[in-house]
Design a protein around this ligand. Structure first.
Ligand code: KG4
Ligand code: ZN
Length: 330
């Protein structure tokens, strides 16, 4: 079975090829130009996907040593994401599947992330606790099987990655904020400011908007506005913020570990690239004697390997109009 996967839900165009269960290619083209606008501009994103997708598909097949007519299955992200961006990958994939007379599987982007741990050598064992932290989602899930995903908690306002992006913008560090905050916080003490970790009604829910507002209030109170923050204070504020954001994610995961008997823990999504978060999850897994699966960095952010994997794992191949995955509990 040879599978072609396409991802185009936001600002990464990605194409992957899996052959007989082996990942042969996972090309990712990031639209870095959005940083001059301080965030993703949807229309520009769609246009950039359109330009790069065909050459990327050709390159990915070439890298895999596979010709187009050897492909048995075409998968593409069907949502959630930016509608125009999604349409580019989806329409391309559907057209390809039609012309090749091979099945097409629409894949839910979040499901792609949830099962991205299976791209690693050590795989999660069901049931597992999965923390999905990306630019658009913060979800704590109990994953019982391929098709049984129970939501324990989610964000009631901003997503974790969104909080990193917004605080980075407040500090004038640019977009995407996660890597910038991580970089500038390296080696800094984390107690410069005591930013809060929100408590929600549902003990597994997250809230990051208060944390972001606390950063803003500190800037206003201490400096007037962001342009007046002394250069030496920026890394300290960033490090204190990162510490609180990581604590929030860690606390809820630990509460869930105390309540549910799981075999593994998996940390996935763009924010899972965060070094402090990865290190803290290692300690947590050690404390609770659980095996921990965090995808390597190339599989944390948006990538087509996870889409191809999930599309294949689906096992049933729905017709072009069958979006039955949407009905599943997410
Ligand atoms: O999964 P992803 O690539 O796209 C979505 O599905 O949203 O996640 C992107 C998010 C961005 O908010 C970005 O700032 C964040 O992941 N991110 C990080 C790091 N690298 C990326 N956040 C914290 N630390 C990082 N090292
Ligand atoms: Zn994503």
């Amino acid at each position: 079975m040879k599978i072609l996967g396409i991802e185009s839900s936001c600002d990464e165009t990605s194409v992957a090829v899996i052959s007989e269960g082996k990942l042969l290619s996972n090309l990712i083209s990031s639209q870095d130009f959005h940083n001059i606008y301080g965030g993703v501009v949807p229309e520009l994103s769609s246009r950039a996907h359109l330009q790069i997708l065909l050459p990327l598909v050709k390159k990915s097949l070439q890298e895999s040593g596979i010709s187009l007519n050897q492909i048995d299955l075409v998968c593409a992200t069907a949502g959630p994401g930016l509608i125009g961006a999604l349409l580019v990958g989806l329409t391309f994939a559907k057209g390809l599947s039609y012309s090749l007379q091979k099945p097409f599987v629409p894949v839910n982007h979040i499901e792609g992330h949830i099962f991205s741990g299976f791209l690693m050598k050590d795989k999660p064992e069901f049931p597992y606790l999965c923390l999905v932290v990306s630019g658009g989602h913060s979800l704590l899930l109990l994953v019982e099987s391929d098709t049984q995903i129970n939501k324990l908690g989610s964000t009631i306002d901003d997503a974790a990655g969104e909080a990193f992006d917004k605080v980075s913008k407040l500090l004038g560090l640019g977009y995407p904020g996660g890597p910038k905050i991580q970089e500038i916080s390296k080696g800094q003490k984390t107690d410069f400011a005591d930013f809060p970790v929100a408590k929600c009604k549902n003990e597994f829910d997250f809230s990051f908007s208060g944390l972001k507002t606390s950063v803003l209030r500190l800037i206003q109170k201490e400096y007037g506005d962001a342009s007046k923050i002394p250069v030496n204070d920026v890394p300290l504020i960033a490090a204190s913020f990162q510490y609180s954001a990581v604590r929030a994610l860690l606390n809820n995961t630990e509460k869930a570990l105390n309540k549910f008997n799981v075999n593994s823990i998996s940390l996935v999504g763009g924010v899972a690239a965060n070094k402090m978060l990865r290190d803290e999850f290692q300690k947590l897994a050690l404390k609770y004697k659980k095996n921990l699966i965090i995808p390597s960095i190339e599989f944390c952010g948006d990538n087509a390997a996870m889409i191809a994997y999930r599309g294949y794992d689906f096992n049933a191949y729905p017709s072009l109009s069958d979006y039955s995955f949407i009905k599943r509990q997410m």
